[in-house]
Design a protein around this ligand. Structure first.
Ligand SMILES: [Zn+2]
Ligand SMILES: [Zn+2]
Length: 134
């Protein structure tokens, strides 16, 4: 599926071809901290299909407890996460952040990873009082 991505301030824009079946939730602590939220939703795109249209993301190399390193790209102006990849100049895939994609509504996650560190309160929010504004 072709997707159009943008950071919140609009400096960084990109397009890619994603595999909708790869959309997933990550509950790991690193994702909780790097998003400032309960979990992250990502989808995979082959590197060859990823095209940066405008802007120049800044890169943060994250080292996991296991020692595994990943490159996290984000907008240097607004901080919006753009993607992550293996720590190499020629990764095979990018993990795109679904919340930044225009097609986000069609990219429902197909699985949940790192459930051991998941926030229990985030697993079912459908019973909370709901409204359309703050
Ligand atoms: Zn931005
Ligand atoms: Zn994660």
């Amino acid at each position: 599926m072709k997707v159009q991505g943008s950071c919140h301030c609009g400096q960084v824009t990109y397009e890619a071809e994603v595999d909708p079946d790869s959309a997933h939730i990550c509950n790991c602590i690193d994702c909780q901290m790097l998003t400032g939220s309960a979990f992250r939703v990502s989808v995979h795109a082959p590197k060859a299909t990823f095209r940066l249209l405008t802007g120049q993301p800044k890169v943060y190399v994250k080292t996991a407890d296991s020692g595994a390193r990943r490159r996290h790209s984000f907008c240097p102006n607004c901080g919006t996460p753009v993607n992550s990849s293996a720590d190499t100049d020629d990764p095979t895939t990018y993990s795109l952040r679904v919340g930044c994609l225009k097609e986000r509504a069609q990219l429902a996650p197909k699985k949940r990873n790192w459930c051991r560190s998941a926030m229990a309160w985030a697993q079912n929010v459908s019973t909370l009082p709901a409204k359309d504004t703050q």
